[in-house]
Ligand binder design. Structure first.
Ligand SMILES: *[C@@H]1O[C@H](CO)[C@@H](O)[C@H](O)[C@H]1NC(C)=O
Ligand SMILES: *[C@@H]1O[C@H](CO)[C@@H](O)[C@H](O)[C@H]1NC(C)=O
Ligand SMILES: *[C@@H]1O[C@H](CO)[C@@H](O)[C@H](O)[C@H]1NC(C)=O
Ligand SMILES: *[C@@H]1O[C@H](CO)[C@@H](O)[C@H](O)[C@H]1NC(C)=O
Ligand SMILES: *[C@@H]1O[C@H](CO)[C@@H](O)[C@H](O)[C@H]1NC(C)=O
Ligand SMILES: *[C@@H]1O[C@H](CO)[C@@H](O)[C@H](O)[C@H]1NC(C)=O
Ligand SMILES: *[C@@H]1O[C@H](CO)[C@@H](O)[C@H](O)[C@H]1NC(C)=O
Ligand SMILES: *[C@@H]1O[C@H](CO)[C@@H](O)[C@H](O)[C@H]1NC(C)=O
Ligand SMILES: *[C@@H]1O[C@H](CO)[C@@H](O)[C@H](O)[C@H]1NC(C)=O
Ligand SMILES: *[C@@H]1O[C@H](CO)[C@@H](O)[C@H](O)[C@H]1NC(C)=O
Ligand SMILES: *[C@@H]1O[C@H](CO)[C@@H](O)[C@H](O)[C@H]1NC(C)=O
Ligand SMILES: CC(=O)N[C@H]1CO[C@H](CO)[C@@H](O)[C@@H]1O
Ligand SMILES: [Cu+2]
Length: 572
């Protein structure tokens, strides 16, 4: 098996070497504090190997990779391999207090990353508090070596494009302040493309560090987009160039052409674009807010940019002011849902799909904003002097500690969690009504899991509600990709909407945004034993309780059972 290591330097891929290895490759991730300057100020941020974004992992479909994670920082940390199925190996999945206790300062944890059918782009990120703001990187999964190749013309070159948010404050302060206040977190100070805010922000203009992509006229390029923003979904576009969407979440799509994309935190989208415009101009690629999350964006609805620069410009007639793409407005939720609704799995003989047809386990999960009454001596900066919360089926998840759910399950430690997560919400009401009675606002709090039989065919309809404040919710499931068989606005109608499910070529995703006051329906086969977290990928919603976990039981044969824990699981 061939492993190609590359370094990304100022936007140019520099080829540093090829080596051969046996069944797997081994990497080191050194988590450490590193000084970075952005928006006119310097501060230490937590990084992997001193780079921001962190190193890209290059693998092939079906590889297993070992990553030795060394914590040389001063904070507890965990690393999650977002979208990697990790068959039978929840031990290396990463969410803190769900599948492991954190890697404490000075400690090391060797994680086995087991790829299976994923192909395209995924990413890795910290899964401890909100550390992923700076601790993240792309994972590029090439087709298997040999006859297999991309199901589209080979691009001339390809680049990871990681979208994110930058705070002038330390991210742990942003987190602690939000948790203590009970209200919304402070808005980020900039959006970023590959770690750089770009020309529209102070001290970034014409910065040598702004991400630049040099292209040859007539050539086609593959951009592997990752949204690592913490609190918002994003629109992305390139001035005067159309984009052909070819994949998402490491699964190929039927290509379609669009002027813009909408991408949720957690999601990846692969797009091709051809450098076929006037080479004497510069073109911005730009990203801007797409969620209607008013308190977090209104003052900060600026746009992050990178520059596309054609080689072989005519120097006497070139323009030095880049053209700006038009992005949909931040509150234009229709354009966002419209874009996502166009996804269709590729489906060809090399990329078949297997949508569960006969559902054994049907579930309906409401995802809601909530408020908690104000306890004495507590700051309560949520609406009407409350504390903000979130829930799934009216249970606001409480993070277990000092223990993790996977070890509690495996070693049968009693009292760490319950197994009564409800398949249906406790109350029926008009989920998306304009005004909701205030008695609906207060959720229960707890640690309830849902037990699934091995190989059960599962359907979940996620229903957004208008309790407190309607919002979209990018839901992410660990341990599985799922088919998105339906998406719609308003209340899910089980008689009418079910008839319109796409069971022919639904997209296979690991993150899907439940539209604001809308619903989505997903299906998957529970063929991966373990404890698997499911949560909203807006980090504030995750921290407020929009989470739950599945226990998928072992099957009957040895190769349908969880692998044993590794010897170096971090202790609590
Ligand atoms: C991968 O494929 C290339 C070309 O097909 C071949 O030269 C190379 O030896 C292969 N590598 C491995 C590890 O199979
Ligand atoms: C990270 O840094 C370590 C030591 O500094 C190095 O051995 C390792 O190869 C680097 N990892 C990656 C993925 O670049
Ligand atoms: C870019 O697109 C705009 C809007 O469609 C158009 O007015 C302009 O002429 C285009 N510029 C170039 C250099 O193609
Ligand atoms: C904010 O968005 C509005 C509406 O899209 C736009 O008019 C305004 O220029 C934006 N402000 C900034 C600072 O980007
Ligand atoms: C470059 O542009 C100038 C001005 O438009 C023109 O006179 C010249 O012929 C061009 N050169 C080339 C190589 O196209
Ligand atoms: C939605 O997308 C379709 C293309 O699939 C387009 O024709 C239509 O105008 C779009 N609608 C809105 C409201 O943007
Ligand atoms: C909270 O404060 C109120 C008013 O000071 C007091 O009556 C009540 O007993 C306190 N509740 C708790 C749980 O301490
Ligand atoms: C639910 O509320 C929405 C929004 O106010 C309204 O349009 C719809 O008619 C209501 N549905 C029912 C069944 O009352
Ligand atoms: C959630 O549960 C609490 C406690 O039972 C109840 O007061 C509240 O009305 C419920 N809300 C919803 C939306 O089910
Ligand atoms: C806050 O209180 C006002 C007045 O009692 C009420 O109308 C409003 O719905 C409340 N808002 C929330 C989010 O509870
Ligand atoms: C770090 O993790 C350990 C083990 O779970 C825990 O005891 C400790 O409180 C954590 N430290 C912080 C600052 O959260
Ligand atoms: C870059 C920028 O405009 N940042 C602003 C974002 O909004 C906060 C207030 O919410 C301002 O303090 C920042 O300056
Ligand atoms: Cu959410």
């Amino acid at each position: 098996m061939k492993v190609v290591l590359r370094l990304q330097l100022l936007g140019v891929l520099v080829f540093v070497g090829i080596f051969h290895s046996e069944a797997w490759a081994r990497y080191s991730f050194v988590v450490e504090e590193t000084p970075y300057t952005r928006l006119c100020g310097t501060k230490n941020i937590l990084t992997v190997n001193g780079t921001f974004p962190g190193p890209t992992l290059y693998v092939r479909r079906g590889d297993t990779v070992v990553v030795d994670v060394y914590n040389k920082g001063t904070r507890n940390i965990t690393i999650h391999w977002h979208g990697v199925k990790q068959s039978r190996n929840p031990w290396s999945d990463g969410p803190e207090y769900i599948t492991q206790c954190p890697i404490q300062p000075g400690a090391k944890f060797s994680q086995n990353i087991i790829f299976s059918t994923e192909e395209g782009t995924l990413w890795w990120h910290a899964h401890s508090e909100w550390d992923r703001a700076t601790v993240h990187g792309a994972i590029i999964i090439y087709p298997k070596n040999g006859t297999d190749h991309y199901p589209f013309p080979k691009p001339h070159a390809e680049f990871p494009i990681i979208l994110g948010e930058w705070w002038k404050q330390d991210i742990d302060k942003v987190y602690n302040d939000a948790i203590q206040s009970g209200g919304d977190p402070v808005a980020s100070d900039a959006l970023t493309i590959n770690g750089q805010p770009g020309d529209f922000y102070p001290c970034s203009s014409k910065s040598a560090d702004t991400f630049k992509l040099k292209v040859d006229f007539g050539k086609t390029y593959l951009l592997r987009l990752v949204n690592n923003a913490l609190q918002i979904s994003l629109y992305f576009a390139i001035a005067n160039h159309t984009l052909a969407v070819v994949g998402s979440d490491a699964s190929y799509l039927k290509p379609f052409v669009t002027d813009y994309i909408s991408i949720s935190p957690g999601q990846t989208i692969d797009v091709l674009f051809t450098a076929n415009q006037n080479p004497n101009h510069l073109y911005y690629m730009a990203a801007g807010v797409s969620s209607d999350a008013t308190p977090l964006v209104v003052e900060n609805n600026t746009t992050t940019t990178a520059i596309i620069h054609y080689n072989n410009q005519n120097h006497t007639s070139r323009s030095t002011t880049p053209l700006i793409p038009k992005l949909p407005s931040y509150d234009d939720t229709i354009s966002s849902v419209n874009f996502t609704s166009r996804f269709r799995s590729l489906v060809d003989k090399n990329h078949p799909i297997d949508v569960p047809k006969h559902i054994r386990k049907r579930m309906f999960f409401t995802v809601s904003m909530n408020t908690l009454p104000c306890p004495n001596d507590t700051s309560c900066q949520g609406p009407n002097g409350s504390r903000l919360a979130t829930s799934v089926n009216n249970i606001s998840f409480v993070t277990p500690t000092p223990i993790d759910l996977l070890e509690a399950y495996y070693y049968q430690i009693k009292g760490a969690f319950g197994v009564k997560f409800p398949s249906f919400p406790p109350l029926k009401f008009n989920f998306t009504a304009e005004d909701q009675p205030s008695y609906l606002e207060t959720p229960k709090r707890g640690i309830e899991l849902k037990v699934l039989k091995y190989n059960a065919s599962v359907q979940i309809v996620f229903q957004g509600t208008s309790i407190v404040d309607p919002s979209e919710h990018p839901m992410h499931l660990h341990g599985f990709s799922f088919y998105v068989v339906g998406i719609g606005s308003g209340n899910f109608d089980k008689h009418k909407d079910r008839l319109k499910f796409n069971l022919v070529d639904p997209p296979l995703q690991n993150t899907i945004a439940v539209p604001l006051n809308g619903w989505i329906a997903i299906r998957f086969k529970a063929d991966n034993p373990g404890v698997w977290f499911m949560h909203c990928h807006f980090d504030r919603h995750m921290s407020w309780g929009m989470d739950m976990a599945f226990i998928v039981k072992n099957g009957k044969t040895p190769n349908t059972q969880m692998l044993p824990p590794p010897p170096d699981m971090p202790p609590c």
